[in-house]
Design a protein around this ligand. Structure first.
Ligand code: HEC
Length: 121
């Protein structure tokens, strides 16, 4: 086999599996399990808005999602400390928001979850 043909052959074997490597993101921590029921991380909206790029994103602004009045009125962009407050007590930080989730009590689980959310940017 010529050298050129050999390389083409290697490339055609690798190409089909390349997207699998490219898409291999950090796996979510256990605390994300309940969130995944409502939130995608790929940009599609479900019961809740996609969490793709959530850090630094303005609250209540993901395109195509119908937010509550409470969430639309929140005038901040999500950072780690606001996410920590929201995930501790959603109603406490954003009164009138309609996320049906009561919060995560364990600070370490919240911290893990928030550092993983930052990888979605
Ligand atoms: C049962 C469904 C449900 C679950 C479970 C849930 N959420 Fe939500 N979430 C929502 C909905 C609905 C909204 C929009 C709330 C509104 O408009 O008031 C929302 C909003 C949010 C927002 C604000 C998004 C933005 O664009 O401003 C964040 C951040 C968020 N959720 C994170 C989480 C995380 C992290 C978890 C898991 C710990 C979680 N949610 C669990 C339904 C859910």
């Amino acid at each position: 086999m010529s050298r050129g043909a050999w390389w083409r052959c290697v490339l055609c074997l690798l190409l089909p599996v390349w997207p699998v490597f490219a898409a291999a993101a950090t796996p979510p921590p256990p605390a994300f399990e309940p969130c995944a029921v409502c939130h995608s991380t790929d940009g599609s909206n479900g019961v809740g808005p996609s969490l793709k790029g959530i850090l630094g994103r303005r609250a209540g602004s993901f395109p195509g999602f119908r937010y509550s009045r409470g969430m639309r009125a929140a005038s901040f962009s999500w950072d780690a400390s606001l996410l920590d407050r929201y995930l501790t007590d959603p109603q406490g930080l954003v009164p009138g928001n309609v996320m049906p989730f009561s919060g995560i009590a364990d600070p370490a689980a919240r911290a893990d979850l928030i550092s993983w959310l930052a990888t979605l940017n």
